[in-house]
Write a protein that binds this ligand. Structure first.
Ligand SMILES: Cc1cc2nc3c(=O)[nH]c(=O)nc-3n(C[C@H](O)[C@H](O)[C@H](O)COP(=O)(O)OP(=O)(O)OC[C@H]3O[C@@H](n4cnc5c(N)ncnc54)[C@H](O)[C@@H]3O)c2cc1C
Ligand code: FES
Ligand code: FES
Length: 485
């Protein structure tokens, strides 16, 4: 099949073709400046406030209809929406001429007085429409808790959240016309599939965008041009680019490669592909890795998780990344592929220093393999941040113990936010292995922590606070496990 040299997307009812360097522009800027769709606002330009929320469907759901999810368009470059359907706030209600039929979420926002200055309202409306889309499709009931969870990615500085939560809770899903029905088009869905299976190669002066549809093409390109910057969901990269601290002139994204978008499971491993989003992972692990799923409930916001990938979190290698402590204590391994072959690297050996990886520039992370839980093991993951939702951690903790009766036959403990990388506490682990569980052992381990870590102070927390939290994690863990045993 011939390669494409353009990005093709549908925004509300319009088919849009993007050529040249414009493909680097964030979707929010394009909507406002090129399409005059100024309902989408830009406030923080770093994924934090939700004012730029739009709905995106990159795939179809089990019913063969568009699967819409809310995302932050300010950190989403246009080259990441090839073959996607976008719905902006202008396309949530149904308009014909001067008449607008409001969407159920818009009517309820008015009924409940959910807007004062209205600047944040379009973002809330899109997030609310995304929630209605999911809950009606999955026959779920909107509760106060679920409404709050779905709206954690949207900030409002003047109305106050109660009327907005009330609006969401009073949405009548029976009266809600789903966007996946309104925007359903067999012809467009088949065109989307065609676009998603076509390789895109755009070259202009010293810049290029490459969206391979086959892994072999990606590996070949990385072999000849190792300086290709990989971009997955762009929730880390997009922020740094918007701040002017990084430019990505040669960019490769893998979302056209179907095999990398899958999660699979056998008796030994859960295997997650490079383009699997954190929302997809969170839903999958709800039954298989419940502790991980619980932690992901307080990871960023729905908008971020709908776009961000697990592999992006792993490769970004932040010492405060939330998924890494669990992956470290699970002995998860990344699969690295290059044109020369494939190798698995366990996470313990993947991080070699602050944001330094055991990975060659010609390699791509294609998958991560997470060993399945054993029957007789106990795992806990903790995160402390300045606020519970939509905040990056100050200190994280993961512990996994395999029991043989009361005896701890395997012990793995990791801490994040206390060193240049997330670290395993090998010496403490060794001191516990083979012993019968007791809370006092963990209290002693907590007391000895200053021999093994020396946290730093930064804007998230002081070193004293970090040390105290790390010690308290040990006590909390021992107390919870002791109670269960
Ligand atoms: C508002 C906000 C809140 C956030 N909250 C949290 C939080 O609570 N906890 C947390 O841990 N993080 C948080 N983050 C950080 C970020 O969302 C995560 O790290 C996310 O998982 C990154 O995934 P991504 O797909 O967007 O990665 P990208 O930004 O696309 O890429 C991240 C890095 O991975 C590399 N990369 C991606 N894919 C590959 C590949 N296949 N092969 C080789 N390299 C690759 C890229 O080159 C880049 O260096 C937050 C970010 C924002 C903006
Ligand atoms: S403008 Fe704040 S999240 Fe996009
Ligand atoms: S209504 Fe003014 S910021 Fe929300």
């Amino acid at each position: 099949m011939k390669n494409s040299s353009q990005i093709t997307t549908r925004i509300n009812d319009q088919l849009i073709v993007i050529e040249g360097e414009k493909a680097f522009v964030p979707l929010a800027n394009f909507l406002r400046n090129d399409e005059s769709l100024t309902g989408t606002k830009i406030v923080c330009a770093e994924g934090d406030c939700g004012a730029c929320t739009v709905l995106i469907a990159k795939d179809v759901g089990p019913d063969g209809k568009l699967s819409f999810k809310a995302v932050n368009s300010c950190i989403l470059p246009l080259y990441l929406i090839d073959g996607a359907q976008v719905v902006t706030v202008e396309g949530v209600g149904k308009s014909s001429g001067m008449n607008v039929d409001l969407h159920e979420v818009q009517s309820k926002m008015i009924d409940c007085n959910g807007a004062q200055c209205g600047y944040c309202t379009p973002g809330f409306i899109c997030a609310m429409a995304g929630m209605a889309e999911k809950f009606k499709s999955e026959n779920k009931t909107i509760t106060e808790k679920s409404a709050k969870n779905y709206l954690t990615g949207n900030l409002c500085r003047c109305t106050g959240y109660l009327p907005i939560i009330d609006a969401m809770m009073s949405v009548d899903l029976n009266k809600t016309e789903l966007l996946k029905d309104r925007y359903h088009s067999v012809a467009w869905i088949s065109e989307m599939k065609r676009i998603r299976s076509t390789t895109v190669e755009m070259k202009f002066s010293d810049k290029s965008i490459f969206l391979p549809s086959k892994l072999s093409e990606a590996l070949e390109a990385k072999a000849t041009e190792p300086d290709f910057r990989m971009v997955a969901g762009s929730t880390d990269i997009g922020v740094v680019v918007n701040k002017g601290k990084l430019s990505t002139p040669k960019t490769m994204a893998l979302y056209h490669i179907e095999e990398l978008g899958k999660i699979s499971h056998d008796n030994n491993f859960i295997t997650v592909g490079a383009t699997v989003t954190l929302t997809e992972f969170e839903e999958y692990v709800e039954t298989h890795l419940p502790e991980m799923s619980k932690l992901l409930h307080i990871f960023a916001s729905p908008q971020i998780k709908n776009q961000a990938t697990l592999i992006g979190n792993v490769v970004n290698a932040s010492p405060i990344a939330d998924t890494i402590p669990f992956l470290l204590v699970s002995d998860a391994a990344v699969e690295l592929q290059s044109s020369k072959g494939s190798r698995d690297v366990v996470l313990k050996d993947f991080y070699t220093g602050y944001k330094k990886l055991n990975m060659d520039p010609s390699e791509i992370v294609t998958k991560i393999r997470i060993p399945v839980l054993q029957k007789n093991e106990k795992t806990r993951l903790y995160k402390v941040s300045m606020r519970k939702d939509l905040d990056i951690s100050a200190v994280t903790f993961a512990a996994r113990i395999v029991f043989d009766g009361k005896k701890m036959s395997q012990v793995r403990i990791a801490l994040g936010g206390v060193a240049a990388t997330v670290i395993r506490l090998g010496d403490i682990e060794k001191s516990l292995i083979g012993k019968d569980f007791s809370e006092s052992l963990f209290e002693n381990a907590a007391t000895s922590l200053d021999q093994y870590i020396s946290p730093l102070s930064d804007l998230r927390a002081s070193k004293e606070y970090r040390m105290l939290v790390a010690r308290n994690y040990f006590k909390k863990f021992a107390n919870e496990i002791g109670g269960e045993l």
